[in-house]
Design a protein around this ligand. Structure first.
Ligand code: NAP
Ligand code: HSE
Length: 430
């Protein structure tokens, strides 16, 4: 057994520099836990001319093969992001017997199976705790802590950037663009922040959690995704009036009809524990048959929280190397994929619309909802600054996605409906 483990680091941005810092500051603790000294031999970057702080014996390169083919390197820590190019690099590394630790949810959500197959073939480890909810050990909790239970539902605030943006918009009335810039400066946002804002980043994380939690090969393409661009300050205010807070929530449910996964702005009762998760913090609520309700909370993005998860994975690899058990952690999904139809997906809905203030208008509206057996839980109406116009805010009881969509189309065709401004999912408050 080697007493020194040599690491190749792919990427030296926000997370990569955190990994170097933790390995330096917690060197003795890591050595005590694993019996190994960890050294970073080489670091891959794009731009060799940027000024960097590196340990004395670490070299920089812009050629991935300097790392993937280096026989001295045992483990690759991938914190550079990207999908296709990064997949090629990691597959080459695995072929050369390297274990992989990655924070890359884009890659794991899309090509996890291919990576796992390659790892099994070459007896290599693949760990990715940092890919979901940054510093929260949610993957270990699902894989180990809750492994004896059957998980029915997971609800997560799993994107730090959007939670930061929505917190600042709700609490300080700051406008969307300036608060997005702040989240970028703080290192939470992706290189292309549209993945955060449009819900794709959260969808990738919910795909990973669903595969693990439900032991089913769920695909990113099956996730219903809506981002936060459609939320107005009016919606935030009205939601509060109705007793709710709006958050971008990933919801994964598993029942006898199969699995549904969505990421969308959702109204949660103000007293729901997820409603008070603010700023870049993440939380994942997990409901299991036996355990009941559990919730995991912590920083979901940022340099040191994410690097903590990476180094914890590195420690797991070192222990496996010591025990001779590398490449054995992967468990195939137990069940075939079963995706719920729109008819089987039942949710409450919030809808805000502007209508003509005329006799019979409400009657037309309720007739449409009655046709699809949709009843109301809450209802507010008020005049607007426009002559002859009223604004309506409705919360329905549970309705199938299919029936609600039909009712929405019928509403749109009513001449007395001037605009349908927002439609959001509503959780709880039954
Ligand atoms: P970042 O700050 O943009 O850093 C990326 C690093 O990778 C940079 O050092 C860059 O080189 C290097 N790089 C990018 N593409 C490269 C290429 N094709 N060849 C060589 N080097 C390349 O990114 P980050 O925020 O640290 O995120 C890294 C990964 O962690 C991403 O997968 C992200 O989704 C994930 N993650 C991030 C967070 C977070 O809070 N930031 C949390 C969880 C997971 P240069 O320095 O030369 O530009
Ligand atoms: N951009 C991601 C977020 C980073 O804001 O949550 C952590 O995965």
């Amino acid at each position: 057994m080697k007493n020194t483990i040599t690491v190749g680091l792919l990427g030296l941005g926000t997370v990569g520099s955190g990994v170097i810092e933790i390995l330096r500051d917690h060197k003795e603790r890591i050595e005590h836990k694993t019996g190994c000294d960890v050294t970073i031999k080489s670091v891959l970057v794009n731009d060799l001319s940027k000024p960097r702080e590196l340990p004395a014996d670490t070299q920089l390169t812009d050629r991935s093969e300097d790392i993937t083919r280096d026989p001295e390197i045992d483990v690759i820590v991938e914190v550079m992001g990207g999908i296709d190019h990064t997949l090629t690099i990691l597959l080459e590394a695995i072929e050369h017997g390297k274990h992989i630790v990655t924070a890359n949810k884009d890659l794991v959500a899309q090509h996890g199976e291919q990576l796992f197959e390659a790892c099994q073939k070459h007896k290599c480890d693949l760990y990715y705790e940092a890919s979901v909810a940054g510093g929260i050990p949610i993957i270990r909790s699902i894989m180990d802590g809750l492994s004896s239970d059957r998980i029915r539902k997971m609800m997560g605030i799993v994107n730090g950037t959007t939670n930061y943006i929505m917190t600042k918009m709700a609490q300080d009335g700051v406008d969307f663009d300036s608060v997005l810039k702040e989240a970028q400066d703080l290192g939470f946002a992706e290189a292309d922040p549209t993945a955060d804002v449009d819900g794709l980043d959260a969808a990738r994380k919910m795909t990973i959690l669903s595969i693990l939690g439900f032991s089913m090969p769920y695909s990113l393409e099956d996730v219903d995704i809506k981002g936060i661009r459609g939320i107005s300050s009016d919606d935030i205010t009205y939601a509060e009036e109705l007793g709710y807070r709006i958050k971008l929530i990933g919801i994964a449910e598993n029942d006898h009809n199969g699995v549904s996964v969505s990421v969308e702005p959702t109204l949660l009762p103000i007293q729901h524990p997820l409603s008070s998760v603010n700023d870049e913090y993440n939380a994942v609520y997990v409901h299991g048959d036996a355990v009941g309700e559990t919730m995991f909370y912590g920083p979901g993005a940022g340099k040191l929280p994410t690097a903590t998860a990476i180094v914890a994975d590195l420690i797991a690899v070192l222990k496996n190397i010591r025990l001779g058990t590398t490449g054995t952690a992967y468990v195939q999904p137990q069940f075939p994929k079963q995706v719920k139809t729109k008819k089987e997906q039942l949710t409450k809905k919030y809808i805000r619309l502007h209508v003509d203030d005329q006799a019979g208008m409400l009657n037309d509206l309720t007739n449409i909802f009655a046709e699809y057996d949709i009843s109301f839980d809450q209802f507010i109406q008020r005049p607007t600054e426009q002559e002859g116009e009223r604004e309506l805010m409705l919360v329905t009881h549970r309705v199938s996605e299919e029936d609600f969509e039909k009712a929405r189309q019928d509403l749109e065709s009513l001449t007395s409906v001037r605009s349908i401004d927002s439609i959001f999912r509503v959780e709880g408050g039954e």
